[in-house]
Structure formats: structure tokens, C-alpha cells
Design a protein around this ligand. Structure first.
Ligand SMILES: Cc1cc2nc3c(=O)[nH]c(=O)nc-3n(C[C@H](O)[C@H](O)[C@H](O)COP(=O)(O)OP(=O)(O)OC[C@H]3O[C@@H](n4cnc5c(N)ncnc54)[C@H](O)[C@@H]3O)c2cc1C
Ligand code: FES
Length: 251
């Protein structure tokens, strides 16, 4: 992990309430899919905001974020040419084993963004089915990235784009038809992850989930982000995660 002074080269809305910001770092960088950056948003916001790294091309790093509260609103208002501090790459990220040839990505809401980084790392090397859930048609984004998947199923909560269902239901429908991936990688809202955990445990399919807990320091020091493990132990989402084996974490 390094602290970079990063300069904004693009910051634009890509769907309703969802923006994409690209920073130029002073040097080229390499990250693992599913790692995140902690972005200083300045102003009165002392805490940084953790956002998944969506795309890296040499020294250009792109994050996609939903405007939720003051921190992400401040990020949205940052202009091209503005400089800020970004700590990255943070966390463990997703790792696909050599033996895992068929990969299913199941994402919902802003959880689709770390999964785009998986597609960028593994497309062409693995057979990837992507099941992505959006709130409605206006929130649909990243389609040009999902073209890299061998199969893409996009669904919405209200049926205004794709079928009216969530991404776990879309994935379950393919399992019913005989599809069986070697591993499932997922990120999304907690109810979605809980439903996925139940499904993959019933079907005995390996699965890793990325958690989006609230964070303080982002580097393992403050314990704001601890989660419970099935063993009874605690783990720091920022340092020990954000990616966990679904059977090892309490959701
Ligand atoms: C590892 C990691 C990766 C993330 N990746 C992304 C991403 O790629 N894109 C993206 O849009 N967001 C992502 N998030 C969530 C993002 O960090 C929060 O939405 C953001 O920090 C909210 O800041 P804010 O100041 O705008 O809102 P705040 O004013 O802090 O909060 C506004 C609302 O958002 C809720 N909230 C705050 N933090 C979180 C959180 N971590 N998870 C869920 N709800 C939260 C609060 O409870 C409140 O209701 C990620 C979080 C983590 C931990
Ligand atoms: S955010 Fe401080 S320990 Fe994880």
C-alpha cells in the first residue's frame, strides 16, 4: 500500500446518482482484482472514503461510486486537475485458483464495481458468467465492461431493464438449468449476500464475498470495520478482507 498524490483527469456521472472518477497517479501501478482505495475527499471530511478499484491502466485508476452522503457528494464536486491523496491498493482482493475454470460473478448495486475488476483481470483466461442486479434502468452502467463476460445477465428490482428479480435469483435460475461454476465471487448489499450464502451452501459451491463495512482508518489500526467469523474470532474487513470465504464469515 502507498499513499499517492493523485490528480483527477475525469469525473462524470455514468448513471443516475452513480459517477466514475479517474485519477492519474505519479507512477504506473498494479493491483489485484477486488482491492480498494481510500480516497481523501478534503473539506471537513477527515476520514477517507473506501471505494473499490474498478479499472487500472498504467498510471490511470478509475473508481465508480454512488453519491450517498457528504463524502461522496464532495468527491462528485471535485474538478479535473484537482489533486488529492489516495491510499491504495488496500485489502486482499479476489483470487481465482488455477483449477477454477468456470467463474460466476454475482453483484448488486455498487457491488458490481469490484466485480468489473475481476472481469478485467480474468476475461479470456476463465469462462465467466456475470449476474448483475441494478435498482432500475436508470442505474444500469458498466455494460461495455460486462461484454467481456462469456454470459451476462442484467436484472432490475422493478423489471425496467432485464427481468424483475435480483442477481441471486438470476444465478439460481441458471443453477436450476444445470449450470455449476467452480467458484462464485460476489459483492453487494447484505440481504443479497445472505441469500447467496444460503444458496451456495445448499449447493456446495465455493464462494467468496467482498464486504463493504463502514471504515475508519482503512489500514487495520482502528477496528471500526471488524466483522464476526464463523469460528467466533473477529476480522478486520479493511486488512483481513474485504474478501472472505462465505463459509468463514458471519453475515
Ligand atoms: C471495501 C469497500 C469498497 C467499497 N466500494 C465502493 C464502490 O466501489 N462504490 C461505491 O459507491 N461505494 C463503495 N463502498 C461504499 C462507500 O465507501 C460508502 O458509500 C461511502 O464511504 C459513503 O460515504 P459518504 O460520506 O458519501 O456517506 P456517509 O455520509 O458516510 O453515509 C451516507 C449513508 O451511506 C451509508 N454508508 C456509509 N458507508 C457505507 C458502507 N461502507 N457500506 C454501506 N453503506 C454505507 C451510511 O450508513 C449512510 O446511510 C465501498 C466500501 C468499502 C468498505
Ligand atoms: S477501518 Fe480501521 S481497522 Fe479497518
Amino acid at each position: 500500500m502507498k499513499e499517492y498524490q493523485a490528480v483527477i483527469v475525469e469525473n462524470k456521472e455514468i448513471a443516475n446518482g452513480i459517477c466514475s472518477v479517474t485519477f492519474a497517479l505519479p507512477v504506473a501501478t498494479k493491483v489485484r482484482a477486488g482491492q480498494f482505495g481510500d480516497i481523501a475527499v478534503g473539506g471537513t471530511h477527515l476520514l477517507r472514503r473506501p471505494i473499490a478499484i474498478c479499472k487500472v491502466e498504467e498510471n490511470l485508476v478509475t473508481f465508480c461510486y454512488q453519491v450517498k452522503g457528504e463524502g461522496t457528494q464532495r468527491l462528485k464536486e471535485m474538478k479535473v486537475g484537482e489533486e488529492t491523496s489516495v491510499l491504495m491498493p488496500l485489502g486482499n482482493g479476489f483470487f481465482v485458483e488455477e483449477t477454477e475454470k468456470e467463474v460466476a460473478l454475482v453483484g448488486g448495486g455498487v457491488g458490481i464495481f469490484p466485480l468489473i475488476s475481476v472481469l478485467r483481470e480474468y476475461a479470456g483466461k476463465k469462462t465467466i458468467n456475470a449476474y448483475m442486479g441494478f435498482r432500475n434502468k436508470g442505474a444500469v452502467c458498466g455494460l461495455e465492461e460486462f461484454e467481456k463476460a462469456d454470459k451476462f445477465v442484467g436484472v432490475t428490482d422493478d423489471g425496467s431493464y432485464g427481468e424483475k428479480m435480483n442477481s441471486v435469483q438470476a444465478f439460481a435460475a441458471d443453477l436450476e438449468k444445470g449450470y455449476r461454476p467452480d467458484v462464485v465471487l460476489s459483492c453487494g448489499p447484505l440481504p443479497m449476500l445472505k441469500a447467496l450464502k444460503k444458496l451456495v451452501e445448499e449447493k456446495n459451491i465455493p464462494c467468496y464475498v467482498s464486504l463493504e463495512e463502514r471504515m475508519g482508518c482503512g489500514i487495520g489500526a482502528c477496528l471500526v470495520c471488524v466483522c464476526d467469523l464463523s469460528s467466533g474470532a473477529k476480522a478486520r474487513v479493511c486488512k483481513d478482507g474485504p474478501v472472505f470465504n462465505v463459509t468463514e464469515v458471519e453475515l
